[in-house]
Ligand binder design. Structure first.
Ligand code: C2E
Ligand code: MG
Ligand code: MG
Ligand code: MG
Length: 285
């Protein structure tokens, strides 16, 4: 019986392993052509000011519409893109598309909002990154002051001197810099004072249980307080409830992003949302 059980376990394990490998192969093959076939697109999620609820930014989030697998989530294809190096052309496309969209919204007469763009570790290590971004800013004519690049803690920890130099070069282009998923890395806020960072994005994992009043509330509160003392702006990710918003607002968190105000949406829907909000603002003064 034990033997029988063991063999079944092995078979199941082996089948699952193969299924995973096959899926990966299918995704990888598809990803190689996704760009040229126009299967990638961006969604935009509102970033909202806690003081008055008005939109101040949008994070560009990459989406892949696979011809027969349907919508593939970024947690599946971004790591694969990093592994294969495809993140370089894909990341460049995301940058250009997001900047182009920002200009288009401006031309439609919408109120200016910041556009947040995620950078991966592999892009950050690319020694042509600064030139590539300079070229994209130039080609699209976007206002660099509206562009915010999102980096993660782990990207900054490798080589402090090289990182500081890189961040200063990026900042020199006129764009802003944010630390994404803050609190999930192993770093402390104190190293941030060596880097030209504008904003800290508090990871969703600390926001989820804010109302429980336990550790997460203490951590989120401490991050906000320390960021303030370092003159960094704060944005909390993954806000889904009024209670979370209230907690964050009371602690002095300036901005939030989350389903409570809006899910990531198509560019046209984001434009409609901005238009609506701008209308409300002019009515209420
Ligand atoms: P991220 O940069 O931290 O983006 C925020 C993620 O949280 C998004 O997931 C967003 O949809 C989700 N989110 C926002 N508010 C809520 C909420 O209230 N509740 C919940 N449950 N989730 C919320 P998404 O779009 O699936 O992206 C996942 C990750 O994939 C991103 O995390 C980012 O690390 C990566 N990613 C997405 N687009 C790009 C890209 O163009 N380039 C790179 N390098 N990475 C990207
Ligand atoms: Mg992000
Ligand atoms: Mg994040
Ligand atoms: Mg996250």
């Amino acid at each position: 019986q034990a033997k029988e059980h063991g063999r079944n376990t092995w078979q199941r394990f082996s089948l699952e392993t193969n299924a995973g490998a096959v899926e990966k192969l299918v995704l990888e093959t598809g990803l190689r052509h996704a760009l040229e076939r126009g299967e990638l697109f961006l969604h935009y999620q509102p970033q909202v000011r806690t003081s008055d609820g008005h939109p101040v930014g949008a994070e560009a989030l990459c989406r892949w519409q696979h011809p027969y697998l349907g919508l593939v989530p970024p947690i599946k294809f971004i790591p694969l893109a990093e592994e294969t190096g495809l993140i370089l052309p894909i990341g460049a496309w995301v940058l250009e598309e997001a900047c182009r969209q920002s200009v288009a919204w401006q031309e439609q007469g919408l109120p200016p909002v910041r556009i947040g763009i995620n950078l991966s570790g592999r892009q950050f290590k690319d020694r042509h990154l600064v030139d590539k971004i300079a070229e994209i800013l130039d080609r699209t004519g976007v206002d660099p002051d509206l562009v915010e690049l999102e980096l993660t803690e782990s990207m900054l920890m490798d080589d402090a001197r090289g990182t500081a130099e890189m961040l200063h070069k990026l900042r020199g282009l006129g764009v802003h810099l944010a630390i994404d998923d803050f609190g999930t890395g192993y770093s402390s806020l104190s190293y941030l004072k060596h880097f030209p960072i504008d904003r800290v994005k508090i990871d969703r994992s600390f926001v989820m249980d804010l109302e429980g009043g336990g550790d997460d509330a203490a951590i989120a509160g401490a991050i906000i307080a320390m960021a303030q003392s370092l003159n960094l702006a704060t944005l909390a990710e993954g806000v889904e409830t009024e209670g979370q918003l209230e907690f964050l607002r009371e602690r002095g968190c300036e901005e939030i992003q989350g389903y409570y105000f809006g899910k990531p949406m198509a560019a046209e829907d984001f434009a409609a949302y901005l238009h609506r909000e701008a209308g409300n603002r002019s009515v209420t003064g």
